[in-house]
Design a protein around this ligand. Sequence first.
Ligand code: MSP
Length: 509
Amino acid sequence: MDKYYYITTPIYYVNDVPHIGHAYTTLACDVMARYKRSRGYEVAFLTGTDEHGQKVETAAKANGETPLELADRVVKRFQALWDKLNCTHTDFIRTTQERHKHTVCKQFKKIEAKGDIYLGYYEDWYCTPCETFWTETQLLDGTCPDCGRETSKLKEESYFFKMSKYQDQLIKYIEENPDFIQPKTRRNEILSFVREGLRDLSISRTTFNWGIPVPDNDKHVIYVWFDALTNYISALGYPEDKDGDFKKFWPAVHVIGKDILRFHAVYWPTFLMAAELPLPKTVFAHGWWTVEGQKMSKSLRNVVEPNMLVDKYGVDAIRYFLLREVPFGLDGDFSHSALVHRINSDLANDLGNLVSRSTAMLSKYFDGTLPEAGALDEVDQALVDKFPVALQTVDKQLEEMAFNKALMTIWELISASNKYIDDTAPWALAKDPAQQQRLGTVMYNLLEGIRIIGLLVAPFMPETGARIMQILGSDSNNLNLEGQDQWGGLQAGAQVEKAAPLFPRIETE
Ligand code: MSP
């Protein structure tokens, strides 16, 4: 079987600066990308920015700049943040790039040629101050549900996509592919939404200009979601596919927040059906972060800025916290006390102590040279046997994007190793010259376990994974699990560093 894996983040709006919610989606994708790579997959990992639409046009106007000037400025902040968070995306797409506009036009024309796009009139209740259309049922006593002002019936020429035509086909697809929309609760939500009936979708606008013009009718710009969703295939060079990336990598795994699920699980699949393309492998909708119990918002001034967190606590600690604290798919709360608690207990105590205790003992008893392992006792065997089981469990858990569970599985290995130290009491063995070989076996097992733990944590905490390999005298550029996850990889004679604590404890008042 060919091992190709394609994972995508949403493309972020440039009218906002990156915050912890954006970082969360991108980091989850980065963990998957790194894990799959370490398992021998060729990975395409796409992120980027969503730069068209009225929101961006309005934000730029308010700033006295052109939409593209605004985009050029904000896109740098996203790119700098992804670098700082050690993200390994293989491409960064901007919807203002020619390659993207090209694909969007081709896609529009293809669906139009098929007869699934038609010109009609969009008629609904319009709130002029908010520049928003509302349906009859959304109105509150006939007024705008956002601002409470009068609305008026407005008719606008618009292109429509025959979404209704694909209702039954989509229901069938969701029913037959249980992994298509995840988690399950979200799948049920979408199923009942689609069963209620799909209306045709307005896919062009005439009320503003900042977008991709409809081919052959530049009175209209293409609806921002039709434009944005196409990024997932334009980045692969669709339809020409000169480099063969589309053939190789499509279909994708899309990771998104729950707020944009309908666009990804209803609109996007029906566009793809119309274009006769395979549907995404998975659309996984994660939950939302609140901050210290409150919704994150500019007006509350509680937006958590990832750069500041990384400077204060280190990149790996932030990566670990975000993926460990909350089950992927559920909402969660960000608080400084929870972050500090995780750093102190899981990272400094559990993992950090395991590495510093083990390497300190090896340095003291064997001058840092790894001894050979002798025959295994029952207590040794029990430890060694946990590793292949955990490796398999982690694989399954990551396949389901259960990041927190995978980390718990890895932490069981860490706890078991710490307990192994207490049970075997190397300091007592060291006092008895007759136990020299036994001491060597214990030290070997500890450090070999740390090696596999280091490889397992690497997708989550790449700097820590590399640092552990370096401490063990192994190749810190090779963090692959594939080919290195068998017990016995460390060679006797290896020179092991006496490591300073990996994660300093954070003192709290
Ligand atoms: N541009 C669209 C996506 C187009 S994809 C074809 C968009 N952009 S966004 O910048 O507003 O949001 C991007 C992602 O950030 C979404 O997945 C959203 O769920 C996520 N988050 C924004 N705030 C968040 C939290 N407070 N918590 C978790 N994720 C959040 O939507």
